[in-house]
Design a protein around this ligand. Structure first.
Ligand SMILES: C[S@@+](CC[C@H](N)C(=O)[O-])C[C@H]1O[C@@H](n2cnc3c(N)ncnc32)[C@H](O)[C@@H]1O
Length: 358
């Protein structure tokens, strides 16, 4: 097998396939195979060995719809229930030495039922892989990650991903729990966004107490809650009501106003976040304006996507924003991801390029 295996949200295989075809085609000719609601896409390369080249060469952070990117080396079918371990080990004979093992189902209802099997199976498999020098004795973060994607008890795909060019989470999904006092489930979305877009070693410096933040479309307050929890002072903009508990913290000022007309009095805002339900092109432009006006340093926002042509619409909106910023002479970094907690939307991180110390 010579393919890239990409995990995605079930129902978004078409978007994931369109995106990988666009990104990979110029590097290695191939074709994408996507079956609806399976939670994964395969990009089959025509040239032998190219999947292992692509998994290093393509930049994972640039893919919007892929949750994980794996060089898939084998697809085992009709496995014998008696000795699946030996089959997996044999199929991994050409693998590089890996530093971690992830035995994971796909993110479907059938997949959920396999979670327990995956956990159990990983124990003897880990031992066998160590014995055959395919896995280090202790986890090593600088070595490839060994993935076993379990489709059912007799069908599995195996491959590896490259550290720094993959998602560090199993199934590409960070496990988060909604706090009891969070005003809405959306709180998880911003938490996942911070975990995805800000490297753990920079978190303390970039997302921290004493910063000023603005939340456009803040009601009832799930995103504001995340900012408050991190010790920020928040201007929450929405005509809708804010959660009372949040207001009692004294860290939130509520502006009943239109997010498109809101101008912050103080211009020392680090974080702008925006979850307004609006046309994605309008939101992307507004975010570009905030950065160009130097009203904020970094922004996290959602682009709500229509049912059809979600990939091309996301590309179009992001390109409009980038063109605007280039015209304004603003240097920026942008990353967009379809997060686990996103449904018909993607989450974007936009940052003014930090000054480099001389
Ligand atoms: C998805 S909800 C936001 C949920 C919020 N992020 C949370 O975590 O609780 C979208 C919000 O955007 C607000 N909204 C939509 N258009 C707006 C606008 N032009 N100005 C301000 N708020 C707006 C709506 O009132 C609604 O409360």
């Amino acid at each position: 097998m010579n393919a890239l295996l990409l995990y995605c949200r079930p129902g978004f295989e078409k978007e994931c396939a369109a995106e990988i075809t666009q990104r990979a085609m110029s590097v290695s000719a191939g074709y994408a195979e996507a079956k609806p609601n399976t939670g994964y896409v395969l990009y089959r390369c025509f040239t032998e060995g190219d999947a292992e080249y692509l998994v290093r060469r393509l930049q994972f952070w640039r893919l919007i719809f892929a949750r994980q990117m794996i060089a898939c080396v084998a697809h085992l079918q009709d496995m014998s229930v008696e000795d699946r371990i030996s089959e997996v080990v044999a199929a991994a004979s050409e693998f590089p030495l890996c530093g971690e093992l992830m035995v994971e189902p796909v993110d479907t209802n059938e997949g959920k039922e396999l979670s327990k099997f995956c956990r159990k199976f990983s124990v003897p498999l880990r031992q066998a892989l160590r014995k055959h020098r395919k896995l280090t004795d202790k986890p090593k973060a600088d070595k490839p990650v060994f993935h076993l994607c379990v489709l059912d008890g007799a069908e599995m795909m195996l491959g590896y991903s490259i550290p720094g060019n993959n998602s560090r989470f199993e199934m590409g999904i960070p496990r988060l729990r909604l706090a009891k006092d969070a005003p809405s489930r959306s709180a998880l979305k911003l938490e996942e966004a911070f975990m995805t877009f800000v490297p753990p070693e920079e978190m303390e410096k970039r997302v921290t107490s004493g910063m000023n933040a603005v939340d456009l479309g803040a009601s009832p307050g799930g995103w504001t809650y995340q900012l408050v929890r991190r010790g920020m002072m928040v201007s929450a903009v929405d005509n809708g009501p804010m959660d009372e508990g949040l207001m009692e913290t004294g860290q939130v000022k509520h502006f009943m106003a239109d997010g498109f007309g809101f101008e912050p009095k103080r211009k020392n805002i680090t974080w702008l976040v925006c979850d307004m339900v609006e046309k994605p092109g309008r939101i992307a432009r507004l975010m570009g304006q905030w950065l160009a006006n130097r009203w904020c340093e970094e922004a996290i926002f959602n682009l709500k996507l229509p049912m059809k042509q979600r990939f091309s619409e996301a590309e179009r909106c992001l390109e409009l924003m980038k063109q605007f910023l280039r015209d304004e002479g603003v240097r920026y970094q942008v990353t967009a991801k379809h997060l686990y907690h996103d449904r018909e939307e993607i989450t974007v991180h936009l940052r003014r390029e930090p000054r480099r110390d001389r």
